[in-house]
Design a protein around this ligand. Structure first.
Ligand SMILES: C[S@@+](CC[C@H](N)C(=O)[O-])C[C@H]1O[C@@H](n2cnc3c(N)ncnc32)[C@H](O)[C@@H]1O
Length: 242
């Protein structure tokens, strides 16, 4: 079950999506920090940290940050007292991991969400920030998350969802499809950074409905909490391994 249909206007049908994504994020990596600050108006790190606190992340836990990118979620976990030796960031993009400073600040592994290179029941907490839209298969991803979590462990997925109100949708579309790529271009003067931020909106717009994500979590055997939303578009999906 794909998180969105193929976006053939964004990548040629003959280019495999994983290769397109690796290239997109490798090339955009040097500019991700600035682009993220533009999208979130500077609030992104605090939002991630608060979300981890809301999900009861606590020192002593062994944590996996899937799609760690430049390590924003992982660094928030470090600030909340998670030891670097207990924290692993996983991402398919070597460029992103380089920008993260991994493996200096925390352990780093290259890989994808739906084929995790970890033993069963390895982690107490698994988080994923703003990347569920990029996985190959939602069901396989949640099955993998369940497999690597210990019984009772927590899953936290942060994602942006298409606003359901017509006004919210228009505002989000204008901001993310037009303003953010334009300002990113001005701030970075870089084609790859602008391309990365254009792709951002397309995946949000095409993504399956939140209920399909909750159903995929439940179908994988996770105990699922009701979705929390902030500002009509920041979704927090929380689950636990029974
Ligand atoms: C928008 S960034 C999010 C980075 C970080 N989690 C954050 O909160 O800022 C998306 C990340 O997802 C990664 N990614 C793309 N496809 C993936 C996959 N199939 N599995 C895991 N990560 C993937 C990209 O390489 C990129 O670093």
């Amino acid at each position: 079950m794909e998180p969105h249909p193929d976006l053939t206007a964004q990548y040629a049908p003959d280019i495999a999506k994983p290769q397109f994504l690796k290239d997109l994020f490798d090339r955009g990596a040097p500019h991700y920090a600035r682009a993220e600050r533009i999208v979130s108006l500077g609030s992104g790190f605090l939002y991630r940290k608060n979300a981890l606190q809301r999900a009861s992340l606590a020192p002593g836990m062994r944590v996996l940050d899937v799609a760690t990118g430049t390590g924003l979620v992982a660094r928030a976990a470090l600030q909340l007292g998670i030891a670097a030796r207990d924290l692993v960031g996983l991402d398919p993009s070597a460029g992103m991991l380089r920008e993260a400073g991994a493996p200096v600040a925390f352990g780093a592994v290259r890989g994808v969400a739906d084929a995790l290179p970890f033993a069963d029941a390895s982690f107490d907490f698994l988080c994923m920030g703003f990347a569920l839209r990029h996985v190959g298969d939602l069901r396989a991803t949640f099955a993998e998350y369940r497999r690597v979590l210990r019984p009772g462990a927590t899953l936290l997925v942060l994602e942006i969802s298409r606003p359901s109100s017509p006004l919210g949708y228009r505002v989000a579309k204008t901001y993310l499809q037009q303003v953010v790529p334009f300002v990113t271009r001005l701030g970075t003067r870089d084609d790859d950074a602008e391309r990365m931020m254009r792709y951002y909106w397309h995946t949000i717009d095409a993504c399956v409905a939140p209920q399909a994500i909750l159903d995929a979590m439940t179908g994988a055997g996770l105990r699922v909490a009701p979705r929390k939303t902030y500002f009509g578009m920041f979704s927090e999906y929380r689950g636990a391994k029974r």
